[in-house]
Design a protein around this ligand. Structure first.
Ligand SMILES: NC(=[NH2+])NCCC[C@H](N)C(=O)O
Length: 419
């Protein structure tokens, strides 16, 4: 195995805001999993079109370079998982678990598949699992069951995982710990297993005693696109198509029990629709007192359903819940700010806002207070942000945007400077 990309012993996680200078981030460069999309599978695998692999990779490399140029350390998911399996000597255990969790596709062929995967040389196993395994890839000689010889069945034993380049969702760093998420959609459920292995077995993290605030074995879903770290003591979490109220309450209980820095969780309900799948598709923090917003998530007078969860004074099994209806007022209250500016996606024009939100116009990745990375195609939203004094660094987005996620979705911050 080549030298570790992520040296041992540097594995502290530290994210106490959405905007502190970004120091270390985890990305996933889209790979062959994207080429295993077919029109029939698009809906199930949560895509709207099939990206052209060489171009999506080029755009992704440009994204990574942009971050590196700003001094950000970029780690790659695939490499971290390979290293975790190698140094933890857990390749077979990992294969067993992937097969176990892919059961509905495998349909009894797991012995042949396990042999097939064990034969793949180190360094290629992880990308193979990510790309998916076609039924036609298993040698005739390895097939044992009648249905394994049939050709007209579902094409995959292991489904491809084309959403992996949205590293934001399967896990999220909060303070010095993280959530390793139970994903809402079956198409993404296995993704968080990778992070579990990285944290347990990668030499950079395994000795660091990193708290896991919520694990993927909890029955109710939470996804990273809904988890926003507003400040050292306050989180915002979307109650969305992907993140359940129960998941949020469990996370709150665990946090209040295991640490005492984070004191408030602001649960923000958003419409449960495909376009607004996570809170970060309609709301991101771009500066100390500025946020992007898609106006369609607010009622006529700016009203919304917002709940603040706090530690219950005398019952550790409950949280105290109080409600709010106005986003600006709530943000001012929890962040102790005199004023808060919401920058509307598409400048608030109904058509432009809808069009640009669809291509993640509100989904910014802050790399420092007042500096964000965005997609170039959302030129109206980008202009409006600049008019509000934000430095906007644009990246190419023709193919990346086809997966319905933007720069925030495509990045998992591991370390940010405190602000
Ligand atoms: N944090 C985000 N907004 N992630 C976007 C994920 C998009 C992905 N196709 C999905 O449906 O899951």
């Amino acid at each position: 195995m080549n030298q570790l990309i992520a040296p041992a012993g540097t594995g502290t996680l530290d994210v106490t805001s959405e905007i502190g200078k970004l120091r270390t981030v985890m990305l996933h460069r889209p790979g062959r999993e994207v080429e295993n999309l077919t029109p029939e599978l698009l809906h199930k695998l949560l895509f709207d079109d099939i990206p052209y692999l060489p171009v999506i990779q080029e755009e992704h490399d440009q994204f990574a370079e942009t971050l590196k140029d700003q001094g950000v350390e970029v780690l790659y998911l695939e490499k971290l998982v390979e290293e975790a399996l190698h140094f933890g000597q857990v390749k077979e255990q990992f294969i067993d678990q992937i097969l176990q969790e892919s059961k509905s596709n495998i349909n009894g062929a797991s012995d042949s598949l396990k042999e097939f995967l064990l034969d793949i040389p180190g360094g290629q196993l992880v990308s193979k699992i990510m790309a998916g395994v076609r039924t036609s890839e298993i040698d005739e000689g390895r097939k044992r069951h009648l249905y394994e010889f049939m050709t007209d069945q579902y094409p995959f034993y292991l489904d491809p995982m084309p959403n992996l380049y949205f590293t934001r969702d399967p896990a999220a760093v909060i303070g010095n710990g993280l959530t390793i998420n139970r994903m809402h959609e079956g198409a993404r459920r296995r993704e968080s297993l990778f992070m579990e292995y990285i944290m347990k077995y990668h030499p950079r993290f395994s000795q660091a005693d990193i708290p896991v605030w919520l694990n993927r074995d909890y029955d109710f879903s939470v996804e990273g696109g809904d988890e926003l770290v507003l400040s050292e003591d306050t989180l915002a979490i979307g109650v969305s198509a992907r993140t359940s109220a129960r998941g949020i309450e469990r996370l709150a209980l665990n946090l209040f029990q295991k640490q005492d820095r984070i004191k408030k969780i602001v649960a923000i309900e958003i419409p449960k629709s495909r376009a607004f799948m996570h809170l970060d598709t309609v709301f991101t923090m771009v500066d100390y007192d500025k946020f992007t917003i898609h106006p369609a998530i607010q009622g006529p007078n700016g009203d919304m359903n917002i709940y603040i969860l706090e530690k219950h004074p005398d019952d550790p099994k409950r949280v105290s819940i109080s409600s709010r209806t106005n986003l600006i007022k709530t943000l001012k209250e929890v962040l102790n700010l005199e004023s808060v500016t919401l920058i509307p996606c598409g400048g608030g024009d109904a058509i432009v806002a809808a069009r640009e939100q669809w291509n993640d116009g509100s989904n910014t990745l802050a790399i420092a207070p007042g500096t964000v990375v965005t997609y170039n195609r959302n030129y109206v939203s980008n202009r409006i942000m600049r008019e509000h004094g934000i430095e906007v660094i644009e990246i190419a987005s023709s193919e990346l945007s086809r997966g319905r996620g933007g720069p925030r979705c495509m990045s998992m911050p591991l370390v940010r400077d405190r602000i």
